[in-house]
Design a protein around this ligand. Structure first.
Ligand SMILES: [Zn+2]
Length: 187
């Protein structure tokens, strides 16, 4: 396994529509392993293949498994999701706003409205069909990562964006930033 360099905002690969994965051979398996290692080392809770300069429809997601996360997410804390050719097939009507950051856009965070719940279909790393129901923070991470596959970044749809290295003027934003962008990390 190897750590892969994470592509930053000014690279056009982040804006391309990624292509479907059709080969699940050894090279692809290595890519999955490397992406998981890269995400955990970053540290982040999600990573999409375009972020490591591979324009293919593959995402990995893993919520933190520290004590707070285990309390909040139960069995989902530390659970690894590898989703190939993911597709959101169902969304809740309810939208919720929350704070997001991105490993490709270091130093920034923003508030984004996302569906509270989503149902995702796709394939596992060996091409077997899978279906995932996600809500709240996990649903947000999936939506953020799947957006990457279509060249969309959170800064495109954020209501507000701020520099996390400087103190936001708004007291509440500062608190949220610490709680979400800081502890929960970027994807
Ligand atoms: Zn991202």
């Amino acid at each position: 396994m190897a750590l892969l360099p994470i592509i930053k905002l000014d690279d056009p690969v982040l804006r391309k529509k990624a292509v479907r994965v059709t080969s699940f051979g050894p090279d692809f398996q290595r890519l999955v392993d490397d992406m998981v290692e890269t995400m955990i080392a970053a540290p982040g809770v999600g990573l999409a293949a375009p972020q490591v300069n591979v324009s293919q429809r593959l995402i990995v997601v893993r919520l933190s498994d520290d004590e707070d996360s285990r309390k909040e997410f139960g069995d989902l804390a530390g659970k690894l999701f590898v989703v190939v050719n993911p597709k959101i097939i169902k969304t809740s009507r309810t939208l919720v706003d929350g704070v997001e950051a991105c490993l490709s856009i270091p130093g920034y965070a923003g508030t984004v409205f996302r569906h509270e719940q989503v149902v995702i279909t796709g394939e596992d790393r060996h091409g077997k069909p899978i279906r995932i129901k996600a809500k709240d923070w996990l649903a947000r991470v999936f939506q953020h990562e799947i957006d990457h596959l279509d060249g969309r970044l959170f800064i495109d749809i954020a209501e507000e964006i701020w520099d996390t290295r400087s103190k936001p003027a708004d007291g509440e934003a500062a608190k949220e930033d610490g709680a979400e962008a800081g502890e929960r990390q970027a994807s």
